[in-house]
Ligand binder design. Structure first.
Ligand SMILES: Nc1ncnc2c1ncn2[C@@H]1O[C@H](COP(=O)(O)OP(=O)(O)OP(=O)(O)O)[C@@H](O)[C@H]1O
Length: 451
């Protein structure tokens, strides 16, 4: 069973704790207690008290456990306040020390659940489709699999445009294990015409209105046994939200012009890039509707919050565009892309790669030459603005200390020489090349400062 490491705080080491850890190791097939190390497997920390020292250390422990940290607190109970602090500091699952057998079962159950989720996520079809390994993205994927596989909850996906909401809606449907599962049906709420919405959602009976020459199936009927994905749900007018309350709550509806109730089973997944909390406060989004569609909320991070995933996404999109001829990528291209904030998120990156492939002439590595000029200009402006800004505070401090421009320049140059020499481990030739100065002038600088 998956277990990266177990760490026991000094004051928590007792015979009972040692016996419990031995039982845990036997159950997870470890001959020794696996020591704390950076791992992509869960980690278990056993602590005596929940105090500030522990809270400070928790983010580090969480990182070492790929953000699957189990904390066992050797106290019979913790207050809600303590629990909230621990969870905010990075604990994924929290257990208090009670009956040792139940504790072992609970911990093993959790490890097993996580192992199942990882097995599902390692399926080739999923790995090849949905790209990203950053901690924030992995968290989204793990939550999606857990809720999709083990519950029938209605899920609301929140995130900026192009963050992958539809992809995640499809993943929820893929991992759903309902018997005789049917299809995923997508309804873009921006395309719903209010006057025809009843018929679109619920279908109609023949003769229900002038043009109803035959019976029509509505969206909910089409999604029976499967998943209904309401994309851009934030755009649905309030009176239409009201008309959907019953079908979502009771899973029962009547066709337009019909008087018979039909029962259905479906999972509802909705998505929006609107801030529904403020829309509720402004009265443009109904609270009762919100609570029905959002039994569980998954927030998709913007691409700028997971820039580590850019190289993987770039590879994937290059493969899609150029298949076998996909070139190697010059590292400066990655730097350039990571310097951009991508307001259009993954969709924008995909379009950019498409444009880069258009410029690429088929020879050598993909380079900054292949980035469209206006893009490069945008990236450059943002890059230099950030870069310059990082100098503002130190320069201001120096000016406030009365330093004039000549001294300031000399001071910065000395710092640059010292740091470069340090980074190059005293290698004069390399340091001089990096600084764009002669070795002789660097030697003179060193001679000046070496006693
Ligand atoms: N993690 C990812 N791996 C691979 N492709 C991705 C990923 N995330 C998004 N994409 C791609 O980016 C594009 C936009 O994704 P998607 O349509 O799912 O976003 P969205 O959040 O639903 O956008 P919108 O709010 O505009 O409808 C699609 O081409 C999708 O395949």
């Amino acid at each position: 069973m998956m277990l990266g490491w177990v760490s026991i705080e000094k004051e928590a080491v007792t015979p009972a704790c040692a016996a419990w850890v031995s039982a845990l190791c036997r159950a997870t097939q470890h001959h020794h207690i696996p020591e704390l190390h950076p791992s992509d497997q869960p980690g278990i920390l056993i602590a005596n008290h929940c105090d500030d020292t522990l809270l400070e250390k928790l983010p580090h422990y969480a990182e070492q456990a790929s953000h699957r940290l189990i904390l066992i607190c050797c106290q019979p109970m913790l207050s809600l306040e303590q629990q909230l602090h621990l969870i905010a500091a990075g604990v994924s699952r929290l257990f208090c020390w009670q009956d040792t057998h139940s504790l072992l079962q609970a911990v093993l159950g959790q490890l097993q659940r996580w192992a199942q989720i990882d097995r599902i996520l390692s399926a080739r079809a999923i790995r090849e489709q949905i790209i990203g390994q950053s901690p924030t993205w992995l968290k989204v994927l793990r939550n999606t699999v857990e809720i999709g596989r083990y519950s029938n909850a209605n899920v609301l996906l929140l995130g900026e445009p192009g963050t992958g909401k539809e992809l995640i809606a499809r993943l929820l449907h893929t991992v759903d294990q309902r018997e005789h599962k049917q299809d995923l049906v997508v309804l873009d709420c921006t395309t719903v015409v209010p006057e025809l919405a009843g018929s679109e959602f619920f279908g109609h009976e023949k003769g229900a209105f002038t043009n109803a020459i035959r019976t029509r199936e509505g969206m909910f009927e089409q999604a029976a046994g499967g998943t209904l994905f309401l994309d851009e749900v934030g755009e649905l007018p309030a009176f239409l939200q009201a008309s959907l309350l019953r079908v979502i709550q009771e899973k029962a509806y009547k066709k337009v012009g019909g008087d018979r109730w039909h029962n259905l089973d479906f999972r509802l997944v909705s998505a929006t890039n609107r801030d529904l909390e403020s829309a509720q406060q402004q009265g443009t989004f109904r609270q009762d509707f919100f609570h029905r569609i959002a039994s569980y909320i998954i927030r998709l991070p913007p691409l700028r919050m997971r820039k580590d995933d850019i190289p993987l996404l770039l590879d994937k999109f290059l493969q899609e565009e150029l298949s076998e001829q996909a070139p190697t990528v010059d590292p400066t291209v990655i730097h350039a892309l990571q310097a951009h904030d991508f307001p259009g998120n993954v969709r924008e990156l995909r379009q950019l790669v498409r444009a880069m492939c258009g410029r690429y002439n088929g020879y050598g590595a993909l380079s900054t030459n292949d980035i469209p000029r206006d893009y490069l200009h945008k990236i450059g402006t943002a890059y230099f603005a950030d870069y310059e800004e990082s100098f503002h505070q130190p320069v201001l401090t120096a000016l406030h200390h009365g330093m004039d421009l000549k001294t300031l320049k000399e001071y910065v140059a000395d710092i640059a020489r010292t740091l470069t020499l340090q980074e190059e481990h005293g290698n004069m030739a390399k340091a001089a090349e990096r600084l764009g100065i002669t070795v002789r002038s660097l030697q003179q600088f060193r001679a000046k400062w070496t006693p």
